[in-house]
Write a protein that binds this ligand. Structure first.
Ligand SMILES: C[S@@+](CC[C@H](N)C(=O)[O-])C[C@H]1O[C@@H](n2cnc3c(N)ncnc32)[C@H](O)[C@@H]1O
Length: 339
């Protein structure tokens, strides 16, 4: 999926930097505590590491269960493929997504919203209700529940009338909107290890974890993540939130991240590194981030040996109407702290 700050395209840079400084990670415990799409943790898992993963967004938790925790299809009374077929055949329903995020459902209210076609919005309601029923009736385990939600999230991202985030819907329909919503079964990376996933604010978790390598990929600008991914969080929670405004966001006042606030970001990140009980810490950042990485690197020298690695790549830019990829060159960096 398209995600602000995704490291999908720079995985080789992260892998090489860690291999050159730490060595082989196959026997290491590696944590990725700003996991987002979980693609970095999945790369660590592929290398054989035992992975601990976290992000405070609910939808990320579902993706983490799918990509990080599960080493295969979770045990279940009903077969996974049967469940996918059952969900794909679920009848549509005039529920929350229909009422709030399709033109047909929302035009009776204060705001008309165009995130999904009528059929897909109703289908999301139908599928999500069915997943809840399976859980309430004890037919699926907790892991299967989140796996099916992850499959629904993936399906939703393929039919959304947006430029990739959910900060707004498109004024002119994207052809994606007319594709039928359809869930696909996952394939799994098996590292044979007990991987762990969390959905917490990093400050509630950092003191409790211990391991060899900590990878940190905090936000690097002032854009808070929750309003950009509110719809995916609502797919996950399906909790009838009191959404507001033209774009129908969930309230997120209790999720304001200090890493997106220029006066707070540096102290917050320093605090995480200081408290971390990991010998090797790797911080992904950008040279045009709200933290001055050179000054920050100097301060980090109070905590250990510091080295900075640089590479250039292209930035995914979501908030300009048409040009999704801005070919502006940014320097992707990794700050390595060996405590
Ligand atoms: C740059 S993105 C990570 C992208 C990820 N590495 C990927 O490739 O998909 C930063 C992530 O930090 C999460 N985040 C921001 N503040 C947080 C906090 N206080 N605690 C936990 N996660 C937080 C956001 O939800 C977002 O997913």
């Amino acid at each position: 999926m398209r995600y602000i700050g995704s490291k999908r395209t720079v995985l080789p840079f992260i892998k090489t930097t860690i291999e050159e400084t730490y060595g082989n990670i196959s026997n290491a415990i590696v944590a990725d505590l700003f996991a987002g799409t979980a693609c970095v943790g999945e790369m660590f898992k592929r290398e054989g590491a035992r992975v601990l993963s976290n992000d405070y967004l609910s939808f990320s938790y579902a993706l983490q269960i799918e990509k990080i925790k599960l080493n295969g299809i979770p045990e279940s009374k009903r077969s996974y493929l049967d469940l996918i077929s059952l969900l794909n055949a679920a009848p549509g329903k005039e529920g929350f997504f229909f009422r709030e995020y399709s033109i047909e459902g929302s035009s009776h209210g204060e705001y008309t919203r165009n995130y999904f076609s009528k059929d897909n919005a109703m289908k999301i309601d139908g599928v999500r209700t069915q997943i809840e029923l399976l859980r309430v009736n004890g037919e699926i385990s907790e892991d299967m529940y989140f796996l099916l939600i992850a499959n629904l999230i993936d399906a939703v991202t393929r039919v959304s009338n947006t430029s990739g985030t959910y900060g707004a819907f498109l004024k002119v329909d994207d052809p994606r909107k007319d594709l039928p919503l359809s869930l696909c079964a996952s394939s799994f990376v098996d590292n044979g290890k007990k991987n762990e996933c969390y959905c917490k604010d990093i400050f509630e978790l950092i003191d409790d974890l211990k391991g060899d390598i900590l990878y940190l990929d905090p936000p690097y600008n002032g854009r808070q993540y929750p309003p950009y991914y509110h719809i995916l969080d609502t797919v996950t929670k399906y909790d009838n939130p009191a959404i507001y405004g033209k774009t129908g966001r969930r309230p997120y006042a209790n999720q304001i991240s200090p890493f997106c606030v220029s006066e707070k970001a540096e102290a917050a990140l320093f605090d995480v590194v200081k408290r971390a009980r990991f010998g090797n810490i790797y911080i992904s950042y950008s040279t045009d981030g709200i933290i001055d990485y050179e000054e920050f690197s100097r301060k980090l020298k109070n905590l250990g040996t510091v080295r900075v690695f640089l590479m250039q790549h292209r930035r995914y830019k979501s908030n300009s109407a048409e040009s999704e990829i801005q070919k502006k060159k940014l320097k992707e960096i990794i700050i390595h702290v060996e405590k």
